[in-house]
Design a protein around this ligand. Structure first.
Ligand SMILES: Cc1cc2nc3c(=O)[nH]c(=O)nc-3n(C[C@H](O)[C@H](O)[C@H](O)COP(=O)(O)OP(=O)(O)OC[C@H]3O[C@@H](n4cnc5c(N)ncnc54)[C@H](O)[C@@H]3O)c2cc1C
Length: 544
């Protein structure tokens, strides 16, 4: 199917603007958008992607901050759809850094000739469903417009950066930026007095790296996190050979686990073994790379209760052992949330940073930030002189990037209004009254590409089903949506992820409804659920 151009009258009757028309429009060219583009094009659809950034990669294009790297094992994160790609690409490190990840996604875009379907530097500001023609019309910031029967928002779960509304930021005389918009040319940090606000997964990576370079570093911490050693290393040729020979087993294993990671829980309860055996396992896993110490542990470590607290105390003591000043150490020890209720930040020397003479930790729960001043930052306790401020303050997750687009469905209702008290969807993918819109960014979590590939496959097959069966519209029924939304709330209340005030439940954004923003179910359960829905002729969807 080819794209076509239609002559559309604009507000000024004299002017006639050409509006390109496609079968499908994808917003975003990160890992999800790139694969959706590839897949839909393979199925014979005309597809256009619009990307705000100047290149492909999404997360791996924008997050150029020092220290940015995977916590997923690199070789488990890459695409699985092309055996040729798997064999051609050498992951150089167990947990590769942003530059290599961005290179990989550029390599994919070139290898599969995807770039010619992507319009870069193109922020979509609105999307309106035309009920007479069953088409979505999107409009870009620069006024460009395009139309497509299907609209796929591959706009990311963590792509709408959040900076708290600090008074006085405009007056600051130094440089500042959010980690998710790190300048491509870098930031001048050598010898500078830098302040970092935020100590989540990003802050932990950044702080460790820039502490080697800055003159003085002040870290403003609101929440101390459980951080565990990443233990990154290069992938040697023998390991590389083994990885390439074992991709089918690696992906099979990932597909069997809750979060699509290569690690699987120990089926024993931590409390069912002796304290000595329990400690031996904790210590052994601690020496292993990445999430193993989290996701290969006794299964009940990841459930609220005694086992969780037992392991939390083990991790707290690991932190205490590494920080020389006991007062600083105690500030770095998390006490207000359960281990594993937030994504575990992985570190490579984070705690030792606080043993440096030129590093100061400020607890902003004790003394909240009052304002940014021309020369730095003022808390209720003191003023800190800074040349550079870095906001590692996270994201308005999942719905943040959707809310930035003015999306109008049937009857003119907006998605933003509909989602005001939290997302109301069926399986995260579709919302009643928004036909042919796939909010694919609201449906994937865990080891991301493992989760997004099957999701994109499902959406692509749904699109083909609609067309092949002579329908023009597909959207969740109000009943299926209500049932799913209730399920997210009820099942979500029982899982560890909803127990902390994190982005998973929107608690990092003032005024945002506290609702689980992702599915409460495991990846295998979600895949099975979607397969069943499709097998039953897209049960729970209204086909017209
Ligand atoms: C620092 C960091 C580290 C991470 N590490 C891991 C990891 O190790 N493992 C893991 O599984 N996940 C990780 N993640 C999660 C990561 O977001 C996903 O792995 C994955 O990159 C998401 O891909 P995506 O294509 O769905 O979204 P994104 O990569 O966020 O891409 C979305 C794209 O949409 C574009 N966009 C958004 N709105 C618009 C608009 N209105 N118009 C046009 N374009 C728009 C954005 O510019 C962006 O390029 C990490 C996230 C961050 C922030």
């Amino acid at each position: 199917m080819r794209s076509s151009r239609q002559q559309m009258p604009t507000a000024n009757a004299e002017q006639v603007e050409e509006i390109e028309q496609f079968d499908a429009i994808i917003i975003g060219a990160g890992v999800t958008g790139l694969y959706a583009l590839y897949r839909l094009r393979e199925l014979g659809l005309s597809v256009q992607a619009f990307e705000d950034g100047g290149g492909v990669g999404g997360t791996w294009y924008w997050n150029r901050y020092p220290g940015c790297r995977f916590d997923s094992e690199s070789y488990t994160y890459g695409y699985s759809f092309s055996e040729e790609l798997l064999q051609e690409w050498d992951w150089k490190e167990l947990y590769s850094g942003q530059p290599e990840n961005e290179r990989y996604l550029n390599y994919v875009a070139d290898k599969f000739d995807l770039r010619r379907h992507i319009r870069f530097n193109s922020r979509v500001v609105s999307a309106v469903f035309n009920e007479d023609e069953n088409l979505w019309q999107v409009e870009l910031e620069d006024g460009h417009r395009a139309r497509g029967q299907f609209l796929i928002t591959a706009i990311g779960i963590l792509s709408a950066g959040y900076i708290p509304n600090f008074e006085g930021l405009d007056s600051f005389k130094g440089d500042w930026c959010h980690t998710g918009r790190w300048p491509a040319e870098g930031m001048e940090l050598a010898g500078k007095r830098a302040g970092v606000i935020g100590t989540g997964a990003t802050g932990v990576q950044l702080i460790t790296e820039i502490a080697k370079e800055v003159g003085h570093l002040t870290v403003f911490q609101r929440t101390a996190n459980y951080c565990a050693p990443l233990r990154n290393r290069p992938i040697d040729p023998e390991t590389q050979r083994k990885i390439k020979a074992n991709y089918p087993e690696i992906f099979k294993k990932c597909n069997e686990t809750a979060g699509s990671f290569v690690h699987d829980f120990d089926r024993r309860s931590a409390m069912s073994v002796s304290p000595e055996e329990r400690l031996e396992q904790y210590e052994r896993l601690w020496t292993e790379p990445g999430f193993k110490k989290w996701l290969s542990n006794f299964y009940d470590v990841m459930m609220p209760g005694e086992a969780n607290e037992d392991y939390a105390e083990f991790v707290r003591n690991k932190i205490r052992e590494r920080v020389k000043d006991p007062v600083v150490a105690e500030k770095l020890v998390p006490k207000d949330h359960m281990f594993g209720s937030k994504r575990l930040p992985c570190e490579s020397g984070y705690y030792e940073v606080y043993n440096q003479d030129n590093v100061l930790l400020v607890d902003v729960r004790e003394a909240p930030i009052e304002c940014i001043t021309p020369n730095g930052l003022k808390t209720t306790d003191a003023e800190y002189e800074l040349d550079v401020i870095i906001f590692a303050t996270g994201y308005d997750a999942v719905t943040g990037s959707l809310n930035k687009i003015d999306i109008h469905g049937v009857g003119g209702q907006t998605l933003k209004d509909k989602f005001a008290k939290g997302p109301r969807t069926y399986m995260g993918i579709s919302s009643a009254g928004f036909p042919n819109l796939f909010t694919i960014n609201a449906a994937s979590v865990g080891n991301f590409v493992r989760a997004c590939e099957p999701l994109v496959d499902w959406v692509s097959e749904a699109v083909c089903y609609v067309r092949d069966h002579g329908y023009t519209r597909i959207s969740a029924t109000p009943e299926a949506e209500a049932e799913w939304t209730a399920h997210v709330s009820e099942a979500g209340a029982k899982i560890l992820r909803t127990q902390a005030n994190s982005w998973f439940v929107g608690a990092n954004i003032p005024g945002k409804a506290r609702v689980l923003l992702t599915s409460p179910d495991t990846a295998p359960v979600m895949r099975a659920k979607r397969a069943e829905v499709a097998a039953n002729g897209y049960e729970g969807f209204l086909l017209q």
